[in-house]
Design a protein around this ligand. Structure first.
Ligand SMILES: C[S@@+](CC[C@H](N)C(=O)[O-])C[C@H]1O[C@@H](n2cnc3c(N)ncnc32)[C@H](O)[C@@H]1O
Length: 251
């Protein structure tokens, strides 16, 4: 299992169904992530990679490794919760925020409340903060960033990544939150960004996630998903289509 691949060779990924429910549950407990909430093919591929990386022969050996080796557990969690992000990633979405969503959200001096759900190291929320600053609404904004991985939240808080002004920092709160099992924050938001998280989730978990996100929106509040994420039937979640990958809460 730990053999290296020839350049260009394709890794043989086992069928997701070849991992038993008991194995998945044991692994979920060991890594602290409810793996059944994720797409079976994503989880299967992450398990195969972990077996190769850690030099294990069988998935049955993985939970014990993750329990005794903190670094291996961290590596596994990171590969399940993919943390790719970037400043102003998908510029057309930031154009939409700049031109349409944020001006509406801040009309008549309203205090904008924004949640970046699955915020990675915070660059997404810092991008929104920069746009709010442009339109003079940062000083009355309430910004929340949450993520599954505590190391992402530490990076966002410490923000060694970029020079975050003390004004942005003073408007921002960070928390660790598992979107598949921790429920909604105790607040309502005019804008929720949950980009590039649901693509890794199984259909049921995705449906529950959209319900949960929709429940945190104020009336007319906006939900922005990633550029490859769509809600098949927004009305089922009390939402209506609003813009590219964007939805709005109905009354
Ligand atoms: C691909 S990144 C996207 C980051 C950012 N939203 C963006 O689009 O630039 C996915 C993020 O979701 C987080 N994530 C994955 N599963 C999660 C879960 N169950 N609950 C909360 N965050 C999760 C990951 O840790 C990661 O930071």
């Amino acid at each position: 299992m730990s053999q290296s691949l020839l350049p260009g060779a394709r890794r043989r990924v086992r069928e997701p169904s070849s991992f038993g429910a008991g194995q998945l549950d044991a692994l979920s407990r060991a890594c602290g992530i409810p793996l059944r909430a994720y797409r079976p093919d994503h989880v299967a591929e992450r398990i195969e990679r972990a077996l190769e990386r850690e030099g294990l022969r069988s998935v049955a050996d993985l939970p014990a490794l993750l329990r005794r080796d903190t670094a291996a557990r961290t590596r596994f969690r990171r590969t399940v919760a993919i943390s790719v992000t970037g400043r102003f990633r998908d510029p057309h979405q930031y154009d939409f925020l700049r031109r349409t969503a944020l001006p509406e959200l801040t009309a008549a001096g309203t205090a904008p409340r924004v949640w970046s759900a699955g915020c990675s190291n915070g660059l997404e929320l810092f991008g929104v903060a920069a746009l709010l600053e442009e339109i003079g609404a940062l000083d009355r904004a309430h910004l929340l960033g949450s993520d599954l991985l505590s190391e992402n939240i530490d990076a966002a808080r410490g923000s060694g990544l970029e020079a975050v002004s003390s004004r942005v920092a003073s408007r921002t709160r960070w928390e660790v939150r598992d979107l598949t099992s921790d429920g909604a924050p105790d607040a309502r938001f005019g804008l929720v960004l949950c980009r590039n998280v649901s693509i890794y989730l199984a259909p049921d978990a995705r449906h529950r996630l959209v319900d949960m996100l929709a429940s945190t929106l104020t009336r007319d509040g906006i939900l922005l998903l990633g550029r490859s994420e769509r809600i098949a039937d927004p009305a089922r979640h009390g939402l209506a289509h609003y813009g590219p990958n964007a939805y709005r809460r109905q009354a």
